[in-house]
Design a protein around this ligand. Structure first.
Ligand code: COA
Length: 172
């Protein structure tokens, strides 16, 4: 398989992928730390959140992208009654923009279709504009539930104006 993704192969998760997937989860956390300018996000060992996710969904609901024998991307699906959620989607930073994320997302869409599910959702943080643009470009164009919240903490808050919904401004 060749193309601008350089021949990345998408395959099911295997036990030997554990460390690589932990590292990819760290990269996901780094994205969130960067866009929120908040180094504390994800705690001290964010890679272990992959272990929690693996325990939640099981290995059959995770896929990796492999390039030259190295795991460079990760995705998965959380299956529910009649719907599915794509979570996570991560491509290692140096290889972004080459189509690997698209290939991974396509694997999840295909799995959700094969399972006969009625919808596939994704829940990026509202400030992750690049991810929102990616998902929009890949067919995620319906807004279902929207989570809005009130920040009850004292002190400085990380939010900034950025989005509009129902003709009202929201911070992200
Ligand atoms: C979102 C992500 C998985 C996309 O993977 P990818 O391999 O870069 O995606 P593709 O190459 O298939 O598609 C590139 C598209 O993704 C978007 N994109 C998002 N972040 C990008 C980045 N850092 N570099 C390049 N493209 C990026 C671009 O809009 C691009 O669109 P274009 O093709 O019109 O230029 C990847 O950028 C990533 O891992 N980001 C950090 C983790 C994250 O935010 N995940 C989503 C959380 S819900």
């Amino acid at each position: 398989m060749t193309g601008e993704d350089g021949g990345a192969v998408v395959r099911g998760y295997r036990a030997g992928d554990l460390e690589a997937c932990r590292s990819l989860w760290v990269e996901l956390t780094e994205t969130h730390r960067r866009i929120y300018d908040s180094p504390g996000i994800g705690g001290e060992n964010p890679g272990l959140q992959f272990d929690d996710h693996l325990a939640l969904v099981g290995p059959d609901n995770l896929w990796v992208a492999e390039l030259d024998g190295r795991v460079v991307g990760l995705t998965g699906v959380i299956l529910r009654q009649d719907e599915a959620e794509l979570e996570p989607l991560i491509v290692t930073e140096a290889l972004r923009g080459r189509g690997i994320g698209t290939r991974l997302a396509e694997a999840v869409v295909a799995a959700a279709r094969d399972a006969g599910l009625g919808s596939l959702s994704v829940r990026p943080v509202a400030r992750n504009v690049a991810a929102l643009q990616f998902f929009h470009a890949h067919g995620f164009r319906v807004m279902g539930h929207v989570e809005i919240f009130m920040d009850l903490r004292d002190g400085p808050r990380p939010w900034r104006p950025g989005e509009s919904l129902a003709d009202r401004p929201f911070s992200v």
